[in-house]
Design a protein around this ligand. Structure first.
Ligand SMILES: OB(O)c1ccc2cc[nH]c2c1
Length: 241
């Protein structure tokens, strides 16, 4: 496969959606290999315990290092990049999705409770690249949903996974602006008409209109993205928006 993915979790069924739809077909076609492992297969006790009380006190439980260490010893190999979703992680971005799409083997460690004993990450980092990654400024109950997001954003960049190949430059966020509105038939729907310009056939005008819409939307919803635009990417038309 172009990319091998292993996921370690106490809720393997949470990753079933990876086998549906487009990604499912890419797996069937051998473009991507996805293996999901139940962390409890590496527990040592009759209770199959994966968590314990936190040193220093505080609420909740922490996931045991021994269990994670044994699991990652079996699942990771020389080509692995280990990805650990956590609210305390580096923000996951489209650039990181491209970097992950270029990897050979990704292993995702899904935390639950208050997270995984930090020594698991420290120990792994002695042998392989490790990324602690956040998919956004909100807190989930576990890393599994974050893995679904990261895998989808990464796999769609692989050649052959999507029907129409994703041209990176057409991808939203690639010109640094948000995508503007899209329309299809009928021309009028619930007394709402499609903007005239889109039916004009004047493609220079249409491109200009679309860029204006993208700019206006970005100014309104994500003004901070404008600071990150490469120098000179806004022309005098844009600045008039
Ligand atoms: O919001 B998150 O990205 C996230 C990731 C992992 C865990 C583990 C316990 N809560 C979590 C939240």
């Amino acid at each position: 496969p172009l990319l091998r993915i292993d996921v370690v979790t106490i809720f393997p069924e949470y990753l079933d959606p990876l086998r549906a739809a487009l990604l499912g077909r890419a797996i069937e076609r051998g473009l991507i290999e996805v293996n999901v492992h139940d962390l409890r297969d590496w527990t040592h006790d009759v209770h199959r315990a994966v968590d314990d009380a936190p040193y220093g006190g505080g609420p909740g439980m922490v996931m045991k290092p021994q269990v994670w260490g044994d699991a990652l010893d079996d699942v990771c190999d020389e080509a692995t990049r280990l990805v650990v979703p956590t609210p305390a992680g580096r923000p996951f971005t489209q650039d990181m999705a491209h970097a992950y799409a270029a990897e050979e083997h990704l292993v995702f460690a899904c935390g639950r409770y208050e997270g995984i004993d930090q020594r698991v990450i420290e120990d792994a980092a002695r042998r392989m690249p490790v990324d602690e990654v956040s998919i956004g400024d909100y807190v989930l109950v576990g890393g599994e949903a974050a893995v679904l997001v990261i895998v989808e954003a990464t796999a769609r960049l692989l050649p052959g996974v999507l029907g129409n190949p994703v041209s990176a430059e057409q991808d939203s966020f690639s010109d640094g602006l948000l995508e503007g509105p899209s329309y299809t038939r009928p021309e009028v729907w619930r007394d709402l008409a499609v903007p005239e310009v889109l039916r004009s056939g004047n493609h220079a005008l249409i491109d200009r209109w679309r860029r204006d819409q993208a700019l206006q939307r970005t100014v309104r919803r994500r003004p901070e993205l404008l600071d990150r635009l490469p120098e000179g990417s806004l022309d005098h038309h844009d600045l008039a928006v």
